[in-house]
Write a new protein. Structure first.
Length: 163
């Protein structure tokens, strides 16, 4: 893919209302995505806590989360007297980092007790690091994303067992 084509694709995105454009040519893929306020020329505001939604009910034989959007998930039936486990999902597309700096210990591990507002990870989007914050007290029962992996908005990051 040549630079002229990429420049034309960027110009096309500027003139259109499309949110995302993906082009494949000769085994090379270019993905251009627009993320609302990311185009503004102002300093970014701290991100709001990432959404936490109830975990979907397990389906026999299903090994993947088939519902990437929080509004499409169904809460699992709570065990007798216990709150349902919830999934903390990515609020945006970006690189997922479990620790504040390379080589540092992760913010949290599976089994860790967490508090409301505690930073669990970072999502890097457009060279800005946005905290993934817990929105309730509980215990992290699973970490679903790999450190350094690209995640899409709505992807599961952590499972939280409420306190």
């Amino acid at each position: 893919m040549d630079l002229k084509l990429i420049e034309r694709l960027l110009e096309l995105m500027d003139r259109s209302t499309a949110e995302e454009l993906t082009v494949q040519e000769n085994g090379v893929t270019i993905r251009i995505a627009r993320h609302g306020a990311a185009r503004a020329a102002v300093a970014p505001m701290p991100a709001a806590p990432m959404p936490v939604v109830p975990a979907p009910a397990a389906v026999a034989g299903a090994g993947t989360d088939a519902s990437p959007h929080p509004e499409q998930t169904r809460p699992a039936a709570p065990a007798a007297g216990k709150a349902a486990e919830r999934i903390i999902r990515a609020g945006m597309t970006g690189a997922f980092y479990r620790s504040p700096t390379p080589g540092a210990p992760p913010f949290v591990e599976a089994g860790a007790a967490v508090r409301d507002g505690q930073t669990l990870a970072l999502l890097e989007a457009m060279k800005t690091f946005n905290p993934v914050e817990c929105d309730g007290d509980g215990t992290i029962s699973a970490v679903h994303a790999e450190d350094g992996a690209m995640v899409e908005a709505g992807d599961p990051l952590f499972s939280l067992r409420p306190a």
